[in-house]
Design a protein around this ligand. Sequence first.
Ligand code: GLN
Length: 268
Amino acid sequence: IKMFRTQKYQSKEAIMAKLKLKLVHLYPLFLNIYGDIGNVKVLKNRCEWRGIELDIQQFNIGDKLDFGTDIFFIGGGQDFEQQVLLEDLHQGKDNEIRSAIQDGLPFLTICGGYQLLGAYYETYDGHRCDFIGAIDFYTVGSARRMIGNYSFQCGDHSGGSTVIGFENHSGKTWLGKSVQPLGQVLKGCGNNGEDGSEGVRYLNVFGTYSHGPLLPKNPELCDIILRGKKIANDNELLIAVQFEKNNIVISNDKNKKLSVCSLTGKTG
Ligand code: GLN
């Protein structure tokens, strides 16, 4: 195929060379069960398929957070691990995470990592973990282990797709009145097995009980997360490549054409 570029547009290569995002993976040594790291791999792949490089940086206990970041990921973990990281969390990471959320940074948080963003988790054996308090919800451990394959339907604010996953938690999460769930349970327990809600959607935070991992089975949700405020605000980050007659048209998320290449030799 012979390709010619029209003068007034940038080349596809020039556009894509600029597209770099950074993902922060918090506490991967402590919060990473049931293949949660698979979510990070899917985010990376789906960025790369669009010519966007995703630089992944891991931060564990003792590491200072670097907020020159675009996406934030926290996986799930047992009660024990959640208690082990508490001291580190309250040495500054809690404040930084609270303000990053208010600034609209996209977060994907799973199970124990999701619980971390609420006010507290009271384990079934009576330990109280004071968490970040970035979003109005709390979690209380119960005798019942909510375990098994489950599904839920995302709210319209989060794309409306049907998500399938796996849950395993004893914590029951209760959302404050001002906070919306990520979706409604179709099968299984979700937040608490009682009110039909699943996860949380707050600004650009997506919190869910879905392990499995979540994103390989639910790519539509992955793309909704990638459209978080900070990314969509940048004109050149989200790229659509379409075929129009004999041309390849590359446009950004706001439908602005960035480049047009002819497949036939005739410029379009
Ligand atoms: N320890 C928490 C609970 O049981 C979270 C578990 C998890 O991340 N799977 O509720």
